[in-house]
Design a binder for this molecule. Structure first.
Ligand SMILES: *[C@@H]1O[C@H](CO)[C@@H](O)[C@H](O)[C@H]1NC(C)=O
Length: 228
C-alpha cells in the first residue's frame, strides 16, 4: 500500500503553519475585534531578511478541468482510473477547481500574509499531445493566474514539471525510460521523507510528532488522514 501512496505524498499541499491572534482591545470600549494573520506562527521576524514564505500545490491536485478546455491527459489521469488505486474512486477531474477559483485562493494567500505561491504548470494543458500543437486556452489560464498573483503581490514560482507527464509522451517514449539506453543513465528513486522529533517529551508534543510522521509515511493518501 505504501508504494501506491508515495506519488500522492508528493502531491501534498504544503502550507506553512499560520496562526491568528486578536488585536488587543482598547480598554473597556467595545471595538470590533480585528484579526491579523502571521505566517510562521508569529516568528517571521526571526527568519533572515528575504526569506520567502509561500504555499505550494501541484496542477493535477488543485486545478480540476482535467478533461476540459483542451487539456490533454497526463499519466495521472490514466493512473487514477485503475480500479482500487484511490479511495472512493476519486480523481482530480474537479479537485478544488482552482481553474475557476484561483482568485479566491490567491486572496486567501494574501490574507495569510504569504509572499509567494509555487504552482505547477500542467504540461498537457499547454501541449495536449506533449509536443507540437499549443492549447491557447491553457496558456490563457496561467496568464490569468499569474496576472492576478502579481496584482495581489504574491510572487509566482512556476514549477514546470510536477510528475505529471503527458500521457502521449508516456505512450511514445515510455516516459523518461527510453532515454536510458542512449544516455547510459541509471534510474533511481528519491524518497520524499521528513522525520519529525517532538519539541519536548510531553505527551502533546509526542502526539504532534507522531501525527506529522503519519502524514508523510503512515497514511494511504494525504486526503485520508481523518483516522489519525
Ligand atoms: C469504484 O469503481 C468500481 C469499478 O468501477 C466500482 O465497482 C465501485 O463500486 C466504485 N466504488 C465507489 C465507492 O464508488
Amino acid at each position: 500500500m505504501r508504494a501506491k501512496a508515495l506519488p500522492f505524498l508528493i502531491f501534498c499541499l504544503s502550507i506553512v503553519q499560520c496562526f491568528s491572534h486578536a488585536a488587543e482591545s482598547n480598554g473597556a470600549s467595545e471595538k470590533p475585534e480585528t484579526v491579523s494573520f502571521e505566517t510562521a506562527g508569529g516568528l517571521r521576524h526571526s527568519f533572515p531578511k528575504g526569506f520567502v514564505f509561500g504555499t505550494a500545490t501541484s496542477a493535477y491536485q488543485v486545478e480540476g478541468m482535467a478533461e476540459k478546455d483542451g487539456r490533454g491527459p497526463s499519466i495521472w489521469d490514466e493512473f487514477v482510473k485503475i480500479p482500487g488505486i484511490v479511495a472512493n474512486n476519486a480523481t482530480g477531474e474537479v479537485a478544488v477547481d482552482q481553474y475557476h477559483h484561483y482568485k479566491e485562493d490567491v486572496d486567501i494567500m494574501k490574507m495569510l500574509n504569504f509572499d509567494a505561491y509555487r504552482f505547477s504548470i500542467s504540461w498537457s494543458r499547454i501541449f495536449p499531445d506533449g509536443t507540437g500543437k499549443v492549447n491557447w486556452l491553457g496558456v490563457a489560464y496561467y496568464n490569468r493566474l499569474i496576472d492576478y498573483m502579481i496584482e495581489k503581490g504574491i510572487t509566482p514560482y512556476a514549477n514546470l514539471y510536477h510528475y505529471d507527464l503527458p500521457l502521449a509522451l508516456e505512450k511514445k517514449y515510455k516516459g523518461l525510460l527510453s532515454y536510458q539506453e542512449k544516455q547510459k543513465g541509471r534510474i533511481g528513486i528519491l524518497l520524499d521523507f521528513v522525520y519529525y522529533e517532538p519539541l519536548t517529551s510531553s505527551k502533546a508534543d509526542n502526539l504532534a510528532a507522531q501525527r506529522a510522521r503519519d502524514f508523510h509515511i503512515g497514511c494511504i493518501s494525504p486526503c485520508d488522514c481523518s483516522h489519525i
